[in-house]
Ligand binder design. Structure first.
Ligand SMILES: [Zn+2]
Length: 329
């Protein structure tokens, strides 16, 4: 039987057999980057990513680096006879899963962040088969089942309309890259005037340059904000302090947690996520049909245990592996 993939976890995922990292969180000689969220990038001298991720990466972390831009579905030869192919992850525009194929080791799929739900501002998630699957499991507990997207969006629009009718300004807390653009597109049919925080505005312009269409929007201007919906990151406290009667809402999968309103410190929460929920995580594993699964992020240990209970060889990457090996004996 062919040797399988060796997967190491040291401040990021390392594949020692081929000398590449996957979304390393600190500077490494060379790393794949699945998408340009801050917990997946660092100042690596050499990276492979999609053309869209390269745009976002250069906008967020300027500097010199060697970037191999790999469009979805185009096979790329690495060393040691390994073929790398990027597939859509459905998380944000241009976000990729990395599929590796080797005569020696078989196939490996690393999801990065992903969601199976078709999003409004990202490509549809692919589910290529692989022998070894490394998957993010942010919402890897059974209680995380997201309601239908249309229902959440209708409630979000109702929240905005009510705030405006009350003379308040609705401020929607969204990550500047990905969530903001999905929410902006979700507001298209509502015909509400929208202002975007400066960084969100800059990234949304890049989405437009990459071909995505949006309803009209302006950059945030405190003097003209009355009557607008504001989309901004939750940490934009300076901006919020300049809005006289603000009514805040967080747009996040964590909205399902009891007490989320208090923990997130806002008036309302809406569970629209750019990650897979628990049923989607299980479905994804069914579709990929791996022989072995490594979990990472969020409830990784819990989800690995869920898979093992279903007869799938699964292990959480990171600190708890020794304990898990012990428990499995
Ligand atoms: Zn992400």
């Amino acid at each position: 039987m062919a040797a399988t993939w060796e997967v190491q976890y040291r401040r990021g995922i390392n594949l020692p057999q081929i000398g590449w990292w996957l979304d390393a969180q600190s500077r490494m000689p060379r790393s794949f980057i699945t998408h340009a969220h801050s917990d997946h990038v660092a100042r690596h001298p050499e990276v492979i990513c999609t053309p869209a991720t390269a745009r976002f990466l250069n906008a967020r972390i300027p500097g010199r680096r060697l970037i191999t831009e790999l469009p979805f579905g185009r096979p790329h030869a690495l060393e040691f006879g390994v073929i790398a192919t990027l597939h859509p992850a459905g998380h944000i525009l241009g976000s990729a899963q990395i599929h590796l194929e080797s005569a020696d080791h078989g196939t490996l799929l690393y999801t990065g962040d992903f969601k199976l739900r078709p999003g409004l501002a990202a490509e549809s998630c692919a589910t290529p088969r692989a022998d070894v699957l490394i998957m993010e499991t942010t919402f890897g507990l059974p209680r995380y089942v997201f309601p239908p997207e249309a229902e959440v969006i209708a409630q979000l629009i109702a929240f905005c309309r009510q705030a405006l009718a009350d003379g308040a300004t609705p401020a929607l807390f969204c990550y500047s890259l990905g969530k903001s653009q999905e929410v902006l597109r979700a507001l298209t049919d509502a015909n509400l005037p929208v202002m975007l925080q400066a960084d969100t505005h800059r990234l949304t312009r890049i989405y437009q340059q990459l071909g995505m269409k949006f309803p009209p929007f302006d950059e945030f201007d405190a003097r003209r904000v009355a009557g607008h919906v504001v989309i901004c990151p939750s940490h934009a406290q300076g901006l919020l302090s300049r809005i006289p009667a603000v009514r805040t809402a967080a747009i996040t999968g964590w909205a399902l947690d009891p007490g989320a309103i208090y923990r997130l410190g806002c008036h309302a929460v809406f569970p629209l996520s750019d990650h897979a929920d628990f049923p989607s995580l299980l479905r994804f594993v069914e579709l990929v049909q791996p022989k072995r699964v490594f979990t990472t992020h969020g409830f990784a240990r819990e989800f690995a245990a869920t898979l093992r209970a279903r007869g799938i060889d699964a292990l959480a990457l990171g600190h708890a592996n020794q304990l898990e090996f012990a428990l499995r004996q």
